[in-house]
Structures are given as structure tokens and as C-alpha cells.
Design a protein around this ligand. Sequence first.
Ligand code: FAD
Length: 317
Amino acid sequence: MKVTEHIKKAKGKTLFSFEIIPPKKGKSIQELYNNIDPLMEFNPPFIDVTTSREEHVYVKKQGLLEQKITRMRPGTLGICAALKHKYQTDTIPHVLCGGFTKEETEYLLVDCQYLGIDNVMALRGDTMSHQKYFEATPGGHLYAKELVTQINNLNSGKYLHDVLEVDDRADFCIGVAGYPEKHLEAPSLQTDLKRLKEKVDAGADYVVTQMFFDNQKYFDFVAAAKKTGIHVPILPGIKPFAIHKHLQLLPQVFKIDLPEALIAAVEGCKDNAQVRQVGVEWSIQQSKELQQAGVPGLHYYSMGKSSNIKKIAAALF
Ligand code: FAD
């Protein structure tokens, strides 16, 4: 079932969902199951599975380090199929521009159709570590909007190279990313919102936000999005603070601001176990306020560990 249908069916009740990261190549899927099992009692209508693009790795060859490019966490679609089968829930693969040609994307979407996967999250993906700016993969897309257009074309029966006989149209519900504190490369929040509107006009059905720790940022973003003409559901993305290093890492990587009260609480912690507890309490407080404001869903970034998400979900759902 589509995310938008889940939202309609909930009739104003806030949905609980989360996103997981595929294991590193060579690791078993069991650890993922062990982390998802405790969250299933909260009936997530869908689970997102991220996609990691290729990265540089170094292998030792005759005493010298040789650089190779590989995807360390493949298996997004396989995991979606496995989770859908095991938990009888909808799963959402993240589909990236970076690292994929349009052709490969089409093959992936066809696989999704055969697997009964109704939703996809369309994203550009991040810049590779050696690049200063995002570069499109040859034969791939430069912006998420172009990927949304490709998926939407498929929904209209339009395949690449104009395959003519189509009697089984795709019908994907398309999610895209939104940034309450603007995307780090965007020159302004208003410009970024204009770009978001372009993704919605191209066919995106809903938005999931980047993490934020101050709810006012989300409320202002939703109001500004509406003013820009964006009327699709905007699901807040919530990340529980988990380690002391997040104080530097999160602002550095995502260019987000942390509230003073959260900084003070984390600085007062003796170890990461205490930081994790602060993170849980902060997320519960954030989530309760968002739930009371009637958000369509709360989407948690689990980063593969579920014990904190379970505590938050238990306080809310
Ligand atoms: P876009 O919408 O293409 O925007 C990227 C930048 O380009 C923005 O600054 C935008 O303002 C600008 N822009 C857009 N169109 C134009 C234009 N026509 N001209 C000039 N500028 C333009 N990354 C992963 O690698 N894997 C994942 O699974 C993943 N999941 C995510 C899930 C969520 C909910 C979120 C919020 C992010 C996720 N990301 C993931 C990170 C995402 O890939 C990065 O934030 C990426 O840098 C931008 O992706 P986007 O889809 O927002 O890009």
C-alpha cells in the first residue's frame, strides 16, 4: 500500500515508521532482524531501507595499498523483499541518482514492480568523499527531480527508449527529501524550497525531512512549504542523539543547529550511555509535541540500533 494511502487510512492518527541501513557486505542479515523485531509491536506501516553509494576502499596488494571502488552496503532491494515477506509490512527502497545510470534505475524499478513494492524514496545521494561537488554518474541523473520524473514517466507507462507495448503500468508513490534547515549546498532556504516544489511538481507524493532537534524549525518549514505551493504530506525525520561526538558531527555533516538546552544536557553527561538517555528523552519530548500538532507520521532514523527507538515508540505509540 502507498504511504499516502497509509496516511489517509490513519485518519489523523500519527504513523510510526523508521529507516534502517543494510549491513556491511559479509555481515549476516540476522543482526538487522534482531534490531527490527522489537519495533514490530508498534505496527510500522512501512520501513525505509537506505541505499549506500559506492566508496573508495583500500586493499593490500604485494605490500602496497591499492584503491578500489565498491559499494560496502549493497542489498537494499533484497532487504526490502526480505522484510516485506518476513514482517508483512510495506518496505521502501531508497533510489539514488549517484552511482546509478538511468538504465540501472529502470531495472531496479521493474524489480520493485515484480516484488509488489509500491513506494520508492527518490534521492540524489551525497557527493563521494573525493569530490568537492556532486557529479552525475555518466548516464545518470544530476538532481533528484530528474529521478522523480523518470519514476513518474514509468507511472505513465513511459519507459526509457520508448518501449511501446505497455499493459502493466507502474504506480509508484514517490517520496523525496526536504530540509527544514535547508540542504547544505543550497544558497538559501527559499531557493531550496523552490527546488522541493519542483520535485513535487515532477510527481513526488510526500516529503520526509532531514533530522532537526528544534521543532520550531519543522513548523516554520511546513508553513513556508505551504506558502511555496507544496501541499503534500511532510513527515518529520527524527534522529535520537546517541553519542557525545554528535555535538560536532551532526552540525558538520548536515549543517544543522542544535538547541542550547540539548547541548547543555549532552555536555553534562559522563559517558555515552548517559548521552543515549538524553537523546531518548529529547526525542520523546520532540515527538510528543509533533504528535500533538497532528503530524502525519514520525519517521525515525534508527542507524541500525533499535533499543533507543523502542523506548521512544513505547512512550508514544
Ligand atoms: P536534490 O533534491 O537533488 O537537491 C540537492 C541540492 O541541489 C540541493 O541543495 C538543492 O537545492 C539543489 N538543487 C536541486 N535542483 C537544482 C537545480 N535544478 N539547479 C541547482 N540546484 C538544484 N543519501 C544516501 O546516499 N542514501 C540514502 O538512502 C539517503 N536517504 C535519505 C533520506 C532522507 C529522508 C533524507 C533527508 C536524506 C537522505 N539521503 C540519503 C541524503 C541525500 O542523498 C543528500 O542529502 C543529498 O545531498 C541531497 O539529496 P536530495 O535528494 O535532497 O537532492
